[in-house]
Write a protein that binds this ligand. Structure first.
Ligand SMILES: Nc1ncnc2c1ncn2[C@@H]1O[C@H](COP(=O)(O)OP(=O)(O)OP(=O)(O)O)[C@@H](O)[C@H]1O
Ligand SMILES: [Mg+2]
Length: 313
């Protein structure tokens, strides 16, 4: 099946000369949920607004549902819903009219039942006649999402949809995303909350300095990049690591009470048996042993640091 979204060698140099996208290539299948992770200034919003036709690329191509974003702008725009990072709403307009009007902008016929359903799904129904200016920040974000859903898009971009919202809204959001997934909507979201990517994404992309560093199936990524850490807690602290124990991946904690051993879960030999034997032979007594798995967060931080070091050198 042809991908619903295809980005080829996309570059964007802003007027001042800043190169925000340095050749991004990405394909997304229909119904997929991709989380884009990246530090501030990585190019996430630039990438999304270029795909949505709000920013003109310097070079490269983007197709949505097989249509080119430049040649078939209207067609691609009607397939796309965007929840922008910045809240921009008309303060004196009511919630209902804001959402219903947005649907009309995309040439969809008025459909009160559908708009009502969207508002209910986002717990905005009882606010439907309130003016935007009377809403809290989190409620405004819900309105942005309702707006983006108003014209029944096939591809939904969520640019940090849960920045600055409370736990309840974040969970509601995840439920909404799940519902959309069930309807076959393709979703690309950016987030700084790694647990969000862990919770809802099928694939995870990492972007930094205008380049995609990696796009990978989430579960595979966790396994592939996964490192485990073994903590060997000693009954009596030691001043230094005994020479017989020195090996790659092993460190003594600053207070001398634990040996911290990082190992690759995929390696044929983890070295744990050997380590524990050597510990016993060195005359150290174990009080406890614990293991800890690296999270997506560790993986992400490691990747970005590696990339930044590479760029600097
Ligand atoms: N209109 C613009 N003119 C010039 N430079 C811009 C413009 N918009 C963004 N940039 C620069 O492009 C880079 C990427 O910005 P972008 O907003 O895409 O990052 P981001 O990944 O969305 O970051 P954040 O996590 O902070 O939202 C930044 O260095 C930013 O300063
Ligand atoms: Mg951004």
């Amino acid at each position: 099946m042809a991908p619903i979204l295809s980005v080829r060698d996309l570059r964007k140099t802003y007027d001042g000369g800043f190169e925000a996208l340095k050749g991004v290539t990405l394909e997304i299948e229909q119904g997929e949920i991709l989380a884009l992770l990246g530090p501030n200034g990585a190019g996430k919003t630039t990438l999304i607004s270029t795909i949505c036709g709000l920013t003109v690329p310097t070079s490269g191509t983007v197709t949505v549902g097989g249509f080119d974003i430049a040649r078939d702008y209207r067609k691609t725009r009607s397939l796309i819903g965007l929840v922008p990072q910045d809240i921009a709403l008309e303060p004196f307009e009511t919630v209902y009219r804001t959402v219903s009007f947005s649907r009309g902008l995309f040439g969809k016929p008025r459909n009160d039942a559908f708009v009502g359903e969207v508002l209910k799904k986002l717990s905005l129904w009882d606010k439907k006649d309130s003016q935007i200016k009377e809403l809290s920040g989190g409620m405004k974000r819900r309105v942005l999402i309702a707006k983006a859903l108003s014209h029944e898009p096939r591809v939904l971009f969520l640019d940090e949809p849960t920045a600055g919202v409370d736990v309840a809204l974040r969970k509601d959001m995840w439920d909404v995303v799940d519902g959309l997934r069930a309807d076959g909507v393709t979703i690309i979201l950016t987030t700084h909350y790694i647990e969000e990517a862990e919770a809802i994404a099928d694939r995870v992309g990492v972007i930094n300095g205008g380049r995609i560093l990696l796009v990978e199936d989430k579960d595979a990524l966790m396994v592939q990049m996964g490192k485990k850490q073994l903590d060997v807690i000693l009954t009596d602290p030691v001043d230094a690591l005994p020479e017989s124990l020195a090996r790659p991946g092993l460190e003594l904690s600053a207070d001398g009470t634990r040996l911290v051993y990082s190992y690759d879960t995929k390696a044929e030999r983890t070295g744990i048996t050997r380590l524990l034997q050597d510990v016993a032979e060195a005359g150290l007594v174990l009080r406890d042993v614990q293991t800890r798995e690296s999270s997506l967060e560790d993986i992400f931080v490691g990747l970005v640091e590696e990339h930044s070091a590479g760029e600097a050198s």
